[in-house]
Design a protein around this ligand. Sequence first.
Ligand SMILES: *[C@@H]1O[C@H](CO)[C@@H](O)[C@H](O)[C@H]1NC(C)=O
Ligand SMILES: *[C@@H]1O[C@H](CO)[C@@H](O)[C@H](O)[C@H]1NC(C)=O
Ligand SMILES: *[C@@H]1O[C@H](CO)[C@@H](O)[C@H](O)[C@H]1NC(C)=O
Ligand SMILES: *[C@@H]1O[C@H](CO)[C@@H](O)[C@H](O)[C@H]1NC(C)=O
Ligand SMILES: *[C@@H]1O[C@H](CO)[C@@H](O)[C@H](O)[C@H]1NC(C)=O
Length: 567
Amino acid sequence: MATKSQFLPPILPIPLCLFIAFLPEAAPSWPLPSEIATGGAWVLLHQSIGISVMHMQVLRNNKVMMFDRTDFGTSNISLPDGKCRFDVTLSPVDCTAHSVLYDLASNTIRPLVLQTNTWCSSGSLDADGTLIQTGGHDEGERVVRSFAPCDDNSCDWVELYYTSLMNRRWYATNQILPDGRIIIVGGRSVFTYEFYPKSSSSSQFDNQTLNFLWETRDPDEENNLYPFLHLLPDGNLFIFANNRSILFDYSANQVIKEYPVMPGGDRRNYPCTGSSVLLPLRLTECNAVGIPCGTPRAEVMICGGAPPGAFAKANNQSIYVEASRTCGRMTVSDPNPQWVMEQMPGPRLMSDMILLPTGDIILINGAARGSAGWNNARDPVYNPFLYLPDEEDPSRRFIILPPSTTARLYHSTAALSPDGRILVGGSNPHPTYNFTAGPYLTELSLEAFDPGYLNPDYAHLRPSILTVESSIDGTVKYQEMFSVSLMLPFPDPYEPVAVVLIAPSFSTHSFGMNQRMVVLGVERQPRFGLKMNVIGPKDVNVAPPGYYMLFIVHHGIPSPAVWVKVR
Ligand SMILES: *[C@@H]1O[C@H](CO)[C@@H](O)[C@H](O)[C@H]1NC(C)=O
Ligand SMILES: *[C@@H]1O[C@H](CO)[C@@H](O)[C@H](O)[C@H]1NC(C)=O
Ligand SMILES: *[C@@H]1O[C@H](CO)[C@@H](O)[C@H](O)[C@H]1NC(C)=O
Ligand SMILES: *[C@@H]1O[C@H](CO)[C@@H](O)[C@H](O)[C@H]1NC(C)=O
Ligand SMILES: *[C@@H]1O[C@H](CO)[C@@H](O)[C@H](O)[C@H]1NC(C)=O
C-alpha cells in the first residue's frame, strides 16, 4: 500500500483517500524528530548564473529575483537581443545583466535589465506581490524600482525617477506595514525613515527623523547599518541596531519603549553583521470564527555578529577576530522583557537566519572570524546550524548540519523557497568581476540546502495541499474561515496538522526583510476527512496584506507550499 500510494495521481477521489488513510497496515514508522533534524543535503543548481546574488526575493509565481550591483564592470551573462544598459558614458558600453530571474520549476534563468546602481540596497514586496526595491549607491541611491511578476517573459525592471526617495538609502532596511505601505529605515549617514508610496500631499510626515539611528552609530565603524526591523502584532515596529532596540510607533514618530541593551558586548548590525528573526506568531487559540482571539506573543531572536573593533582590525591590520558565539531571545511583547542569551555551537557572523515551515530556524552562510565588508572575513562556516526554539533543554537546541563546500561570506544570500528548500547564492564579488582575485573567489553559483525533511526516504510521507477554498479564490481573508483539502499519505490521528503562512523575504546582508511566519488556528483537524477548516489571520498587524506561502506540516514534514493572497 505504501509503495502504491506514491504513484497515485495528485487529486484523489475522497473515498480512495480514506481507504488508504485508515488501512492499519499502511501505517509507516515515522522518522524520529531527531532523525529529520540532523539530516540535510546540498544540491548544486547552477555552477554559474552569471551574477553574484547580493539580493534575493522569492516571488508569488515561483520565480526568484536575484541581483547584484551595476558599477562592478561587466558580469558573466549577456543581455539578450543585443540590449545594453543606457549609460553610454561607460566604456565599453555594458551589455551584460546585473539581475536575473530564476525559475524554480525549470531551473533556468532569464537575464534582466537593471540600469541604476543597486549596491547594498533594500526591498519589500507590496500587497500585490510586486517587488518594490529602493536605493543603492551613486545615481541609484534615491531610486525606487519595481518588478511585477508575469507568467511569460515580458516583465522587466521599471525604474522610477532619480529622486523618488527623500534621502539616499544605502544599507537601509524595509518592512511592509499593516496599511500596505512600505517603510524604509536608515541607511549610511542617514538618520531618518520614509514611506513608499508617498502620501498625495507630500509632507514632513513622509520623512521623519529617528534619533535612535544616530545614537546607535559607533564612531568610525557604524555597527548599526541594515537595522533589523520586525512588525509586531500590536502594529508597532521593533527596531534593533548595534546592541540596542526600541518599540517604535512610526505613525506618531514616537519611541514607546526602549528594551534592555543586549548583553555580552558584541555588536549585531553591519559591519558586525549578525541576523534576526521574529519567531513564529501562533494563532492556535483562534479556532472558531466570531470568537475574538488574543494578540499573539512576539519573540525576537538575534544570532551572531562580532565584537566592536572587528571591522577596523580586519580592514587595516589584517587581524580577524573571532565572531560572536551568542544568540539572544527576548519576548518583546512582555511587559518587562529581558534578553535570554544562548551559546551557538561555534562563532559566526554574516549568517542568514531562515524560518522553516516546521517553526525551526536554520543559520546558514557566514564566517567564524573577521567582519563584513570587502575581504574582511576568514574561516567560512560551511555547516548550517539548526535551532529548535521549542526544545526545553537549551543544550539540545542547536544541531550542526552537513557542510557545503562553497564559502559564502560577504554578499551571500539565502531564502526559503516554496518547495521547502533554502536557496543559497552569492559571496565575495570582486571589482570587474575578477575571477582570480582572492582570498575567496567571486561566487556565481546557485545552490540549495534541502533540510532533513526533504530526505527522499521520507517522500512517501510528505503531505500535500490539493485545494484551498475560500470566499474569493486564492485569497485568505482576515478572521474568515477557509478550507484546505490535503493529502496525508499516513495521517496520524494523534499528531495535529499545522497550517502556516510564511511571507517571502527580501534577503540581503544576512537579513530577511519581511520574513514572518504565522501559525494559523484550525477549527477542525482532518481526522475524519481530508479537509481542514482554518481561520484566516487575526488582523493586518499579525499578517500584513500580501502573498504568503501556505504550508501544512505533519510529523515534522511540510508539504510544498501553495501561494495565497492575504487581505
Ligand atoms: C562564466 O560563464 C561561463 C559560460 O557560461 C562559465 O563557463 C564560467 O564558469 C563562468 N565563470 C564563473 C567564474 O562562474
Ligand atoms: C529628509 O530629512 C533629512 C534629515 O532631516 C534632510 O536632510 C532631507 O533633506 C529631507 N529630505 C527632504 C526631501 O525633505
Ligand atoms: C552597547 O553599545 C554601546 C555603543 O557602542 C557601548 O557603549 C556599550 O558599552 C554597549 N553595551 C554593551 C552591554 O555591550
Ligand atoms: C582603521 O580603520 C578605521 C575604520 O575603517 C578607520 O576609521 C581608521 O582611520 C583606520 N586606522 C588607521 C590607523 O588606518
Ligand atoms: C584580478 O585580481 C588579481 C589578484 O588581485 C590581479 O592580479 C589581476 O590583475 C586582476 N585581473 C584583472 C583583469 O583586473
